[in-house]
Design a protein around this ligand. Sequence first.
Ligand code: ATP
Ligand code: MG
Length: 229
Amino acid sequence: MTQVRWPRGFFVTGTDTGVGKTRVAVALLNALARAGADVAGFKPVASGCTRRDGRLVNDDAMALFRASTVDAAYDEVNPYAFEQAIAPHVAARQVGVTIDRARIRASYEKLVARADFVVVEGAGGWLVPLGADSTMADIAGDLGLPIVLVVAMRLGCINHALLTAQAIAAGGQRLAGWVANDPQPSMPEREASVAAILERVAAPCLADLAFGAEPNLETIASHCLAIRF
Ligand SMILES: Nc1ncnc2c1ncn2[C@@H]1O[C@H](COP(=O)(O)OP(=O)(O)OP(=O)(O)O)[C@@H](O)[C@H]1O
Ligand SMILES: [Mg+2]
């Protein structure tokens, strides 16, 4: 693409772990690629990896890597990979690693130089610690990308969505939109919960993904491409 007027990407966070961030991040990559953009996925910190050919590989990062259309090495897509599926700051401490925000930023810069859009997946929820004095929210701030919040539609989700939206705003960051996602079969009175979030969050719903439904890539792309910095 010759002229880029859109945001350089999105930072995908969620109301919790296991809410559909990877599913949504892959859908965003596929939707934007189908709209003609060069795209790269980025999973700066992953805990829960398996050893393959002598290196640690994470399923989420591999899914983002596979959905990318630009050339990138796995290590660029996932600079920090920890074996144990535990809180990232604990996983890092266990192996004597300090997560360096500058290194993450440098990896991101390499990807953004090659892609029209970089779709970044956080780890867990918004305020997951990465070390003594940094969180995943700091990474989102360092990268300066608009935020996409994935809300798992289950009991308690309204509170989780509003708390996360409030924390994003309190950090001076921009919530570009949210996604209603069902990682389990639909909750009772789901639409009332969707409506409650719509009424209280000042950002559009970019997609509504029922359990097992294939994301509508055209709709997602049109919503994402309408977002401006
Ligand atoms: N709409 C959906 N329909 C069916 N299955 C779904 C849906 N959304 C998520 N899932 C499933 O729920 C599980 C968790 O989803 P996903 O891995 O995308 O969550 P996550 O937020 O990225 O988790 P993590 O915090 O581990 O990164 C996966 O097995 C995924 O396939
Ligand atoms: Mg994930």
